[in-house]
Design a protein around this ligand. Structure first.
Ligand code: ATP
Length: 248
């Protein structure tokens, strides 16, 4: 499959696998170029910091895209946010009102519609591979919300759309974003991210392993993708690492 701006991407579709990210991470040495691996169902989906990404057969679109970047993985710190922008802009173009939660979630009605997990590895020839995993809820039962313990959104309207069309649109958006990121880094995305910020000017807390480590007014992100928090001590940039954000 060739993405709109020209990069050729190998596409694989499997009925079921543990995790498309894990599958690609295990094969990076053998990859010749970008690969998109889509699973109809994931049985061991992962989130950040060992968290679980839940799937429902046929109801959650899960895929991973392996992409090569010439720099070190240090240069990829803002990539999860850039991917959020690419996916959100694609969904908005399809008519779905979505917003972004720092650092890596896509929300609908302030509930989690999609998550992004990026894993990186040094490439043998120099540079880095990024494996970009996306889980997008198309149609999930209410029971999933109870099971996870927090609110979840889905998009039945997207579920009715032709699946190949949906994936092709997402891939075009991601491929274009990756090219921009390769050339300009996160700076090309900061304003776009801020326009989609779900918690702009709202009081939030930052959690690290369940503990509140910061509290303040969420101003938006800077050119590196750090969240700018207005606190009693002044404006502080928060680095994403493994921390999570919640409304205060
Ligand atoms: P949080 O969502 O708590 O802010 P996070 O952004 O770091 O954390 P990730 O690690 O990206 O989240 O994703 C894993 C988390 O997403 C799980 O801990 C679970 O709460 C939630 N989750 C898992 N599966 C789904 C799903 N299908 N839809 C919505 N949320 C999910």
């Amino acid at each position: 499959l060739r993405a709109q701006h020209g990069e050729q991407v190998d596409v694989e579709v499997v009925a079921e696998t543990g995790s498309t990210n894990a599958d690609l991470m295990a094969r990076l040495e053998l990859l010749q170029g970008p690969v998109l691996r889509i699973a109809e169902h994931q049985t061991a989906g992962r989130g950040r910091a060992g968290r679980v990404w839940h799937s429902v057969p046929g109801g959650v679109l899960t895929f991973s895209l392996a992409w090569y970047f010439p720099g070190t993985s240090q240069a990829l710190l803002g990539l999860p946010l850039a991917i959020g922008v690419a996916i959100a802009e694609c969904l908005l173009a399809l008519g779905l009102p979505v917003s972004l939660k720092w650092p890596n979630d896509i929300l609908k009605d302030k509930k989690k519609l999609a998550g992004v997990l990026i894993e990186t590895a040094a490439a043998r020839q120099g540079g880095s591979w990024a494996v970009i995993g996306v889980g997008l809820n198309l149609s999930v039962p209410d029971a999933l919300e109870t099971h996870i313990g927090h609110s979840v959104a889905d998009a039945p309207w997207l579920a009715q759309m032709d699946r190949n069309q949906l994936v092709a649109q997402l891939l075009n958006s991601l491929a274009a974003a990756m090219e921009e990121f390769r050339q300009q880094g996160f700076a090309a995305f900061a304003d776009r991210w801020n326009r989609l910020h779900a918690y702009a000017q709202q009081e939030v807390v930052i959690l690290d392993r369940g503990q509140v480590v910061q509290q303040g007014l969420a101003l938006g992100v800077d050119a590196q993708g750090c969240l700018l928090l207005q606190t009693a001590q002044g404006t502080l940039p928060v680095i994403s690492g493994d921390v999570s954000l919640r409304a205060a």
